[in-house]
Design a protein around this ligand. Structure first.
Ligand code: GCB
Length: 666
């Protein structure tokens, strides 16, 4: 018990201050507890879930601690996760999985609506995966006789009956595993939307909440040599208190949307390594390495063989080491024009990982964005994680190449990955082909700002994407929100996320897509004064002049009032157009209207003070259940510059013309 108390204390210490007098202190503990429950780091004791998760502030300290200790002792939580997935040996569990559609949650709740998996002696539940059932037994499911879905992929685009489905689906996959001595095995999910319960051989491993970030469970002692049964319940129901919440303008694709695999690592392994050019002192590469396992007191070496650089340090008692590698003029900085990456090797006597990393600096000085110390204009575009031509969520390196390839054709140097973390290949391909990225979490529109579990969830998604991608040179902006309504609660919520982003990664810019406000007394004025702007590095806002906001011929009349002297990056503007629909440039949904809106907007933006970039909405048409105009929208948001058929619209070339010109400027 003493040890558990210490572990709990350590966990809390890592996560923040525990000041009981303050709401913040109480919140921190609740946050930590909800991480115990929802977090990727924990095998879950499910019985706690319903009790802890939705509880607001007034919970007393001893109750919290008792729960924390019960959770710890029940599950033996550890802070171990596997990062650097693509540098690891993986046993893929992708392919065909049997599935059962379960709209009434019959496989989850008994007839008294109690979760089967919470009972000491479960009397049923699909997670048990009963097979070869004797004829005398009553079992009302059978994975072996159920159809299959392909993993990774959303379910909506695989079977037309699942197109609109929002609810639970149970997946099951059988596999063998040959365990190697002195290794640890993690079951890894690159993402699954939205709430996922994972069971191995009839035992619950845990739950993960959040549809776009990776999570894993250590399964070293839980695997059999043959015939392991992995059952995963994926539930994509939208939740009011969720992140995102009920209302979005994109398709709620469900399922095991990204890869699933086993990752085998040595007993003591490199759990994380952050290797970046030091922002404050770009004459050196700074590395932070975290080992996990029983043998922590080892030397760790970080080297960049192509540059003949190497540094060694001994890790501290917590398994952590900080190293600096001085660089000289032979280091070629990463940039979109010259996307140079180097192989970086992180090794210790028990482990070795290698990955390609680019080195660059990004900072804001005054109203300029500096890439490698020089002002840069962000020639961007927004992107959903969807392959419009094939249909469904994008998930593969090929999808990334197709989408980012179109952005390159536009002569972009920047892409906003809206509105949630996209798959890891996007940043890898962007590193390789030379595109800067804005990455974002789905804090979108009307989030529950005062619900601590909502903040914990948002914060966890932010941590998971930053931890995954903070070695990617392409990523220059972490964005914490999109178009959120101004209020004190909202601003506190988002400030907490901004602070966390900066703690985890002080080397990138932090932003949010804000909104434009109007003053009835000044009809032509458009005002950006969101208090959040005081805390972001960029002044980014979405504007829809000529589409939602006023007439197309008024775009040029607008008088901007921007409260902050920060670099302005317009995070959205745009108009719907059906590819192939031609007509007057005043007729909505024609290509001519969209092209004109781009021309007028670009002319207006050129005059905007501190204008340093834009990411118009959006590269490709994307599916949205909100867009119901027959014969025009048919379930698609048509603001793409590329249609659902892959054909470019006229506005694509208008934007390209502008970007060609900006790219040619010295
Ligand atoms: C926005 C949202 C984006 C929508 C877009 C639209 O402001 O940020 O998610 O899809 O407008 O098309 O209305």
């Amino acid at each position: 018990m003493q040890q558990l108390a210490e572990e709990a204390g350590e966990f809390l210490e890592v996560e923040g201050q525990m000041e009981w007098g303050s709401a913040a202190g109480r919140f921190t503990l609740l946050y930590n507890m909800s991480r115990l429950v929802v977090g990727r780091r924990v095998a879950l004791f499910h019985g706690l879930l319903s009790f802890v998760q939705p509880r607001p502030y007034p919970m007393n300290r001893s109750l919290c601690l008792v729960l924390l200790l019960v959770a710890s002792s029940a599950v033996g939580w550890s802070a171990t996760t596997v990062n650097h997935l693509l540098s690891r040996t993986r046993e893929s569990l992708d392919g065909k999985w049997n599935y059962i559609v379960d709209p009434y949650d019959s496989g989850y709740y008994d007839y008294r609506y109690q979760p089967y998996d919470a009972a000491a002696q479960p009397t049923g539940g699909y997670f048990q995966d009963r097979r070869n059932v004797p004829p005398t037994d009553l079992v009302e499911y059978n994975f072996d006789r159920s159809p299959t879905l392909i993993v990774p992929r959303d379910w909506n685009s695989q079977d037309s009956r699942l197109f609109y489905y929002e609810g639970a689906i149970w997946y099951r996959r059988l596999f063998d595993h040959a365990a190697a001595p002195h290794t640890r095995t993690f079951l890894h999910f690159s993402a699954a939307n939205y709430q996922v319960d994972v069971y191995l051989n009839g035992h619950k491993l845990g739950r993960h909440t959040g549809g776009f970030t990776p999570f894993d469970f250590e399964v070293t002692d839980k695997l059999a040599a043959h015939d392991n049964s992995l059952v995963v319940r994926v539930d994509n129901r939208r939740l009011a208190e969720g992140v995102p919440t009920l209302n979005t303008d994109w398709w709620n694709y469900g399922g095991l949307t990204r890869e699933v695999c086993l990752v085998v690592v040595p007993e003591t392994f490199v759990a994380d390594a952050v290797v970046q050019l030091d922002r404050k002192n770009p004459a050196q590469i700074h590395a932070t390495v975290q080992l996990a396992g029983p043998q922590l007191t080892q030397p760790v070496t970080v080297s960049v063989p192509e540059l003949h650089l190497s540094a060694t340090a001994t890790v501290d008692a917590a398994g952590r080491a900080e190293l600096n590698l001085p660089v000289d003029a032979s280091l070629q900085r990463w940039s979109p024009e010259h996307p140079r990456t180097y192989e970086v090797v992180v090794s210790c006597p028990t482990d070795r990982i290698a990955e390609r990393i680019g080195f660059r600096t990004i900072e804001v000085v005054g109203d300029n964005i500096l890439l490698n110390g020089k002002p840069v204009f962000l020639r961007g575009v927004c992107l959903h994680e969807e392959n419009p031509v094939r249909g469904g969520r994008a998930y593969s390196p090929e999808d990334a190449r197709q989408l980012l390839g179109w952005a390159k054709e536009l002569n972009c140097n920047f892409v906003r990955l809206a509105h949630y973390p996209h798959n890891e290949y996007m940043a890898r391909v962007a590193d390789e082909i030379g595109l800067m990225l804005w990455e974002e979490i789905p804090v979108y529109w009307t989030i529950h700002w005062t619900d601590p579990s909502t903040l914990a969830n948002a914060r966890q998604q932010l941590e998971e994407v930053i931890t995954r991608d903070r070695n990617r040179a392409s990523v220059i902006v972490w964005s914490v929100a999109n178009e959120t309504p101004v209020s004190e609660d909202r601003t506190q919520f988002l400030r907490a996320l901004i602070t966390r982003a900066r703690e985890l990664d002080g080397s990138r810019l932090v932003s949010a897509a804000m909104e434009v406000h109007r003053d009835p007394a000044q009809p032509d004025a458009r005002i950006v004064e969101d208090p959040l702007g005081a805390y972001t590095d960029l002044l980014s806002f979405n504007e829809y002049l000529g589409w939602y906001d006023g007439n197309i011929d008024r775009i040029g009349q607008v008088i901007w009032q921007l409260k902050y002297d920060k670099p302005v990056v317009i995070s959205e503007f745009g108009a719907d157009a059906l590819q192939g629909l031609h007509g007057s440039d005043t007729a909505r949904f024609t290509e001519e209207y969209q092209a004109r809106l781009y021309r007028e907007t670009i002319a207006m933006l050129r005059k905007l003070p501190h204008f340093r970039g834009a990411t118009p909405w959006i590269l490709c048409d994307f599916r949205s259940p909100k867009r119901n105009l027959p014969q025009v929208q048919d379930g698609w948001n048509r603001k793409g510059l590329v249609g659902e058929n892959g054909v470019k619209k006229s506005a694509f070339y208008v934007l390209k013309g502008f970007y060609d010109e900006m790219a040619a400027q010295p």
